[in-house]
Design a protein around this ligand. Structure first.
Ligand SMILES: [Zn+2]
Ligand SMILES: [Zn+2]
Length: 274
């Protein structure tokens, strides 16, 4: 369905013909409605099954079984500022060497899982396979580690996609993660950030290249009442996206920013798309 949609989109965009664009629009509406029906069916059944293995889910987490909960690649020791995995626990109030060298603009980062199988497969299925039932599953896993976030947080901000990418994907995975979290935490979702320009996929870029690619990438327009915003994303790689977005929020008058993500990439891989 996705491949067909992409082919139709490319041919419609190439021809710039009103009929082609209309055909694409009709096809997409039908496809999205069919998908919504399937998703409703999935969402009705999926709470009974673990999203990772299909076994009966645990009473503690309605989307994951006890075996998978134990086997997931949890990060035991991490830097509190950037969530980078560490060999040992740091003393309270001490950040990793990288954060000490170049302090991030956020207060804390909570990213409890390594970006490894089956977490990477689940996040790819969510983003590129439109398996949206993974979003509440990952959100439930995040909620179990939410105690590490400061109690002062007052809003959730999903990392925005550029409108072109959002239009083609049909949803923003970070916003899908935010929806159940907002219900759990009783906090609003604030869609106050926009991608100023289309940035290419970050995979395969070095930290310095990512920095250049993302410089001034976000526009933020936010009411002054929010004091501590949590940026929500699916995966943190070098932390450059969240760093640039946090800088934009702080420049708009938000005093404190933290980050909540499902996973932290340990090694940068050419195969990991942002
Ligand atoms: Zn399982
Ligand atoms: Zn750090």
């Amino acid at each position: 369905m996705i491949i067909a949609e992409n082919v139709l989109w490319r041919s419609a965009a190439r021809s710039r013909n009103a009929d082609s664009m209309q055909r694409f629009s009709i096809y997409r509406t039908c496809a999205r409605n069919a998908e919504r029906a399937l998703r409703l069916f999935d969402d009705t059944l999926m709470p009974l099954c673990c999203v990772f293995c299909g076994a009966r889910s645990s009473p503690e987490n309605q989307r994951t079984c006890r075996g998978c909960l134990a086997d997931l690649p949890w990060i035991k020791n991490a830097c509190p500022r950037c969530a980078a995995p560490l060999e040992t626990t740091l003393p309270v109030g001490v950040d990793c060497a990288r954060c000490q060298k170049r302090p991030p603009p956020f207060v804390v980062t909570v990213a409890p899982l390594r970006y490894e199988f089956p977490v990477d497969a689940g996040l790819k299925a969510l983003k590129f396979g439109r398996r949206l039932h993974y979003a509440p599953a990952f959100a439930a896993l995040l909620a179990t580690r939410s105690g590490r976030l400061p109690s002062t947080i007052d809003a959730l901000l999903p990392v925005p996609l550029h409108w072109r990418r959002q239009m083609r994907r049909g949803f923003n995975q970070a916003r899908e993660l935010c929806k159940p979290l907002a219900r759990d935490f009783g906090l609003p979702i604030v869609d106050v950030a926009k991608r100023r320009r289309f940035t290419h996929y970050q995979s395969g870029l070095s930290a310095a290249e990512r920095r250049t690619n993302l410089r001034h990438a976000f526009d933020v327009a936010i009411e002054p009442r929010y004091r501590h915003i949590v940026i929500v994303d699916d995966v943190v790689t070098t932390g450059e996206t969240t760093r640039q977005l946090a800088n934009a929020l702080i420049a708009s008058g938000v005093p404190q920013v933290s980050v909540l993500a499902v996973a932290r990439a340990v090694r940068f891989s050419r195969r990991r798309p942002d």
